[in-house]
Design a binder for this molecule. Structure first.
Ligand SMILES: Cc1cc2nc3c(=O)[nH]c(=O)nc-3n(C[C@H](O)[C@H](O)[C@H](O)COP(=O)(O)OP(=O)(O)OC[C@H]3O[C@@H](n4cnc5c(N)ncnc54)[C@H](O)[C@@H]3O)c2cc1C
Length: 384
C-alpha cells in the first residue's frame, strides 16, 4: 500500500540514503530502499567505526552555520531509533602554519555562541603527551563536537525503518533511473515510484550524468593503530585531535566505546574506482604516515592494526560543497561530498525529504545544503 503522501525509491543505504528514508517515512511516505550489497554495506563510505562531528569549519563558514541544526536532527533521530550514538568531546586543533583557518573559525564560533579558547602552548605537552609540540604556533580547544559511531547508527536505522514498514531490497544494484517517469531498473526488474532519490555515494556518476562535472570519486586511506603502552591512558582520555599543518595535517579519533584509535588525512586523491580493489598499499598510506610522524611523537612505535581504503565523492574544485539537486520531474540526487558527509547526512536527508514533501522550495534546499547561506543573516535556529 502506498503511504498517504506517495511512494519513494531511495537508491543507496549509506547515511544519506537511510536518513532520507527515515525523514520521508516519518512524513508519511511509503519508502523502498535499493542497495547493491548487504544492508548496511561494508563497502559503503558510511560503514566505519567512527566519524568526527564538530562546529569549527574554517573557511567553510556556510557549513559551520548548519551544524547546530545538524546536531538537532541527529538528536531527533537518536530519540526515535532508541540509542544515542554520539560521544561528545572537545575538539582540539593544532596549527603549525598559517592556513586561513583561525579567523573564519573564530568568527563563526562567536556568531553561534559555541565555546572555544586558545590552549597556552606551554600546556600542550602536559595535556597531550602524544603531540609533537615542536613547530606549533597555536592550539585551539573547541567545545562542540565529538564522535558518531556509524556502523551502530546505520544498523539501528535499518532496524527502526524495517519496523516501520520501509521495504529493503538488498543485493539489488540499480542499473538505470528514469527521472521523468520515476522508474528504476534493478537486477533486470522495473520498479516505479512518485519520486526517486539517488544517494549512491561514490557511485553517483554511474547512475546520473547530473553531477559528473561537479564531483569525482576519491580513494582515501585511514589507519587503525595501537599506541605505545605508556600513551594508552592519555589516548583513552583524549578528545578528537586535528592537526592543521600543511605537511603534518591529520585528524585522529581516540579509542572510545569499543573502537580503535584511528588516523586519517583530509588530502583528496580524486582518483580510483569504488568497485576496484581495496587493498591498501604503501603508496596509499605514505602521505598519512609522514604527516603523522610530524604531528605525533614516536609515531613509529605505534602498531598498525589495519590500513583501510574507502571512497567518497569530492568536488572537482576545492569548494567541498554538497551537491544536492533535483533531476527531472521525479528525482533528486544527493552527493555528500568530502569528509563531512556523515555529520551532515541526517540534515541532508531531512532537507531533501522536506523539499519532496513541498515544505521547502528546491532552490532554497540546494543553496542551504551547498553551505551558501547568507553569511550576514542570523544563524538558523535548530529545528524543534
Ligand atoms: C576516510 C574517511 C573519513 C571520513 N571522515 C568523516 C568524518 O570524520 N566526519 C564526517 O562527517 N564524514 C566523514 N567522512 C565522509 C562520510 O563518511 C561520507 O560523506 C558519507 O558516509 C557518505 O554517505 P553516503 O550515504 O553518501 O555514501 P555511502 O555510505 O557510500 O552509501 C552509498 C550506498 O549506495 C550504494 N549504491 C551505490 N550505487 C548503487 C546502485 N547502483 N544500486 C544500489 N545501491 C547502490 C552503495 O553500495 C552504498 O551502500 C569520511 C569519509 C572517509 C572515506
Amino acid at each position: 500500500m502506498p503511504g498517504p503522501r506517495g511512494t519513494v525509491i531511495v537508491v543507496g543505504a549509506g547515511i544519506a540514503g537511510l536518513s532520507t528514508a527515515w525523514a520521508l517515512e516519518r512524513r508519511g511516505f511509503q519508502v523502498s530502499v535499493f542497495e547493491q550489497g548487504p544492508i548496511p554495506n561494508p563497502r559503503a563510505t558510511s560503514y566505519d567505526d567512527h566519524r568526527i562531528t564538530r562546529h569549527a569549519y574554517g573557511a567553510h563558514e556556510g557549513y559551520a552555520y548548519l551544524m547546530p541544526e545538524a546536531f538537532a536532527v541527529y538528536d531527533r533521530m537518536f530519540k526515535e531509533t532508541g540509542t544515542d550514538h554520539f560521544d561528545r568531546s572537545k575538539v582540539i586543533y593544532f596549527l603549525r602554519e598559517e592556513v586561513g583557518w583561525y579567523e573564519p573559525t573564530v568568527r563563526s564560533l562567536t556568531r553561534m555562541g559555541s565555546g572555544f579558547r586558545d590552549i597556552p602552548l606551554t600546556e600542550v605537552g602536559e595535556r597531550f603527551p602524544m603531540v609533537q609540540t615542536e613547530g606549533l604556533t597555536r592550539a585551539v580547544e573547541t567545545d562542540e563536537g565529538g564522535m558518531l559511531f556509524p556502523i551502530r547508527i546505520l544498523t539501528d536505522l535499518v532496524i527502526h525503518l524495517g519496523n516501520r514498514g520501509v521495504r529493503f531490497h538488498a543485493d539489488s544494484r540499480v542499473e538505470e533511473v528514469d527521472p521523468e517517469a520515476g522508474r528504476v531498473v534493478a537486477n533486470g526488474r522495473e520498479y516505479r515510484a512518485d519520486h526517486v532519490v539517488i544517494a549512491a555515494g561514490a557511485w553517483v556518476n554511474t547512475l546520473t550524468p547530473l553531477l559528473a562535472d561537479t564531483v569525482v570519486a576519491s580513494r582515501q586511506a585511514v589507519m587503525y593503530l595501537a599506541p605505545p603502552p605508556e600513551l594508552a591512558r592519555a589516548w583513552a582520555a583524549a578528545p578528537v585531535l586535528i592537526d592543521m599543518g600543511v605537511d603534518s595535517g591529520t585528524y585522529t579519533l581516540p579509542p572510545r566505546r569499543g573502537t580503535r584509535l584511528k588516523i586519517g588525512d583530509h588530502v583528496f586523491t580524486r582518483a580510483g574506482d569504488a568497485d576496484g580493489d581495496r587493498l591498501a598499499t604503501d603508496d596509499d598510506v605514505a602521505r598519512l604516515e609522514s604527516a603523522a610522524r610530524l604531528g605525533y611523537r614516536d609515531f613509529d612505535r605505534y602498531q598498525v592494526l589495519e590500513r583501510k581504503i574507502c571512497f567518497y565523492t569530492v568536488t572537482r574544485d576545492d569548494s567541498e560543497r554538497f551537491a544536492v539537486r533535483p533531476w527531472g520531474r521525479r528525482a533528486w540526487v544527493v552527493s555528500a561530498c568530502s569528509g563531512h558527509g556523515f555529520k551532515l547526512g541526517p540534515l541532508v536527508g531531512d532537507s531533501v525529504a522536506a523539499a519532496i514533501a513541498g515544505e521547502r522550495a528546491a532552490e532554497e534546499t540546494i543553496a542551504k545544503l551547498a553551505g551558501l547561506l547568507d553569511l550576514a543573516a542570523p544563524v538558523p535556529a535548530p529545528a524543534a
